[in-house]
Ligand binder design. Sequence first.
Ligand code: ADP
Ligand code: MG
Length: 257
Amino acid sequence: MSDNVIIRAKDVQKTYNTGKVVVQALRGLDLEVKQGEMVAIMGPSGCGKTTLLNTLSGLDAIDEGVIEIDGRNLAKMSDKERTAYRAANMGFVFQFYNLLPVLTAVENVEMPLLLDYSSRIKAKEARKLAGEALAAVGLADQGDQRPTELSGGQQQRVTIARALVNKPAIVWADEPTGDLDSKTSQEIMDLMRRLNRENGQTFVIVTHSLEIGEQCDRIVWMKDGLVVGEPQQQPTAVPVNGNGYPKQIAQLTLQTA
Ligand code: ADP
Ligand code: MG
């Protein structure tokens, strides 16, 4: 590929049909993300942010359109290939930490390595890498603790270590700070930003927090299943320019053109 676009979505449509209601969650969405970019996805509840992450990452199928990750169309892979591709190239961080409560922190972190059959990694090596990942998020001494013995911020750091342990090209985060107080949120954001800069990994972060969004390279605003050029709701406590839109966001959206 001539450009360094790592995520390309073209005219993506996704409908949920529960039998009773049909919801068009994505309505012809276009998006490009460059390698090494840290992008925030923002927009009102129900606008399709989680659906977008789940479809871009290949967890969910789309109805129309094309998604390419690093030039590869995940929809054309078999389930097995797609699962292996995800395990090798993607990391996931969610709001509710999704840690397995019966496992210790280090056991949770080494999971992706042991699940990635293509890597043929040995248990001892997996344990060592998991320990290094925990050290990278400041939890070198907490490896033997179970999730319930850790604070919310520590648990989220464990999920970040788990998402990064196999050095994935892309990290997807769905409201990673949604359940944390503002100080802990900032610590988690600092950590993700540092890992993004140090490792050149691409981050796509769904967030409700403008504070978090503004620390990313760019904010992609969504409404009703589409990417929109400007915020639909004027956030409070942000200086406003002549267009009626916050200055920072007007500047940020220019970069998307
Ligand atoms: P957001 O993450 O921005 O809050 P979602 O992607 O979760 O939005 O949801 C987008 C729309 O799709 C909403 O109207 C939601 O109710 C609907 N939706 C999401 N998941 C499902 C599902 N599994 N089945 C039916 N409808 C769904
Ligand atoms: Mg959501």
